[in-house]
Design a protein around this ligand. Structure first.
Ligand code: FES
Length: 363
C-alpha cells in the first residue's frame, strides 16, 4: 500500500457512509443501515501492521519446521515402532500425523491471520434486487404440493405418514453402527488374518482337482496353482469338512503358487535357506497390495505380475516387489518333501498373507 493511500492518511474522511449509496426511490430494498466501517489497528498503525507481519511470518516458519520434522520422523521411526505411544498408535503414526497436521494447521492459521489483519479491507457494495418468484408462481407451487399430498392421502393417514418418517429416519442407524469398523484393531479379532489352514506336513495339492504334487513331477519353469490338502477332505486324509463362509475364507487365504527354477538362481532371504526343495519354491498367491490373486509368471526373469495394478514380485529374490504399488513381498510358505516324495508344508505362513493392514506388525 503506498503512502498516498494508506488509510491512516484519510480515516476521518473515509467512512462507510461515503461508500454506501443512500436510499433511492429506485432501489427495491432500502439501505439496511449498516454500522459505519471501522478501520483495523493494522490499517491505521504502521507498528501494528509490522507486528502482524511478523506474527504471520512466524506461523509460516513454524509450518515449515513442522514439515521438516515430518520428514525427520518418517526416516526415524519405522511402522511398528513403539505401538503404544498413544492410544494404541505407534510412534511412526503419531509423529507423522502430528507433524503434518501441525504444518497444515499453522499454514491455515497464518492465512486467516493474513486475511483478517493485512489484506485490503474495502467494503464492496452490490445493489440487491428481489429474489422471490412472482406471487402467482408461488401460489401455483403451493397448490401443486397440496394436490400431491391430497392424492397421496398422506395427510389423512397419520399411521402411514409416521411409520414412513420413522423408517427413513432410522436409516441413519446403520451408518452409525458401521463406524465401529473404524475402531482400533484391539476391539476386532484380527488374529484370523494372521493364520491360515496350513500346518506342518499338510500336503500341497493341485487347485481344483486336489491331487498331491510329487516334487519330481515339477519341471523347471513350471508354475502350479495349488491349495492346502485340507480343502479336499477325504476319509483317508481325515481333514474335517468345512462349509460356507469358513470354507471360502480358508480357501482364499491358503491359495499358493509353486514354481521351480535353477536352485542357483534363488537368493534366499535370511533364515529361509531350507524353505525350498531343489529349486521348488512356494509363495502365497494373494497379492500384498489389495489382495488380487496373482499368476502371470515370466519364467526367464522369475517375475510374477499381479493383473490388478501391475505389482511385480521377483520370486527368485524372496518375492520382493520390483514394481507397482504393493508394499511388501509375497509371504513364502516353507516346504519340504514327505517320505513318499510329495511336497508338504513345514508350517503355516510365518507372516500374515494378503493385503497389508496397519495392525499387521502387531501379530
Ligand atoms: S492387488 Fe495386486 S497390484 Fe493391486
Amino acid at each position: 500500500m503506498s503512502n498516498e493511500d494508506h488509510p491512516s492518511d484519510h480515516v476521518p474522511a473515509t467512512t462507510h457512509d461515503s461508500h454506501v449509496p443512500s436510499h433511492r426511490e429506485s432501489e427495491p430494498i432500502p439501505d439496511p443501515g449498516l454500522p459505519p466501517h471501522e478501520w483495523r489497528p493494522t490499517d491505521v498503525d504502521p507498528k501494528a501492521e509490522k507486528r502482524a507481519e511478523r506474527q504471520i511470518a512466524a506461523l509460516f516458519i513454524a509450518a515449515m519446521v513442522s514439515a521438516v520434522l515430518f520428514v525427520v520422523a518418517y526416516f526415524s521411526f519405522s511402522v511398528g515402532d513403539s505401538w503404544d505411544t498413544f492410544a494404541g498408535m505407534g510412534a511412526s503414526t503419531v509423529s507423522l500425523g502430528v507433524t503434518l497436521g501441525m504444518s497444515l494447521l499453522l499454514i491455515g492459521i497464518g492465512i486467516i491471520h493474513l486475511a483478517r489483519k493485512l489484506m485490503a479491507d474495502h467494503e464492496m457494495v452490490e445493489m440487491r434486487h428481489p429474489a422471490a418468484s412472482p406471487q402467482e408462481d408461488r401460489d401455483a407451487t403451493i397448490q401443486a404440493l397440496n394436490d400431491g399430498l391430497d392424492e397421496a392421502g398422506i395427510g389423512r393417514r397419520p399411521l402411514v405418514r409416521n411409520t414412513m418418517l420413522g423408517a427413513v429416519g432410522i436409516l441413519g442407524l446403520p451408518a452409525v453402527v458401521l463406524l465401529r469398523d473404524l475402531a482400533p484393531g484391539d476391539t476386532l479379532d484380527i488374529s484370523k488374518l494372521a493364520h491360515t489352514i496350513w500346518e506342518p506336513d499338510m500336503r500341497l495339492v493341485r487347485d481344483v482337482v486336489g491331487t498331491p504334487i510329487l516334487a519330481s513331477e515339477v519341471e523347471v519353469g513350471d508354475l502350479i496353482n495349488a491349495a492346502p490338502e485340507a480343502m479336499f477332505p477325504t476319509e483317508e486324509n481325515g481333514y474335517p469338512e468345512l462349509e460356507g463362509a469358513e470354507e471360502q475364507s480358508e480357501k482364499a487365504k491358503g491359495a499358493i503358487i509353486i514354481v521351480r527354477m535353477d536352485p542357483d538362481d534363488i537368493t534366499p532371504a535370511k533364515g529361509r535357506e531350507k524353505w525350498t526343495v531343489d529349486g521348488i519354491i512356494c509363495y502365497s498367491k494373494i497379492c500384498t497390495h489389495v489382495g488380487c490373486p496373482i499368476s502371470l509368471y515370466e519364467r526367464t526373469t522369475h517375475h510374477v505380475l499381479c493383473p490388478c495394478h501391475q505389482s511385480t514380485f521377483d520370486l527368485a529374490d524372496a518375492a520382493k516387489v520390483v514394481f507397482g504399488p504393493a508394499a511388501r513381498p509375497l509371504p513364502q510358505l516353507p516346504i519340504k518333501v514327505d517320505g513318499e516324495g510329495y511336497l508338504v508344508a513345514q508350517s503355516d505362513f510365518t507372516e500374515p498373507i494378503g493385503a497389508s493392514y496397519w495392525e499387521r506388525e502387531k501379530q
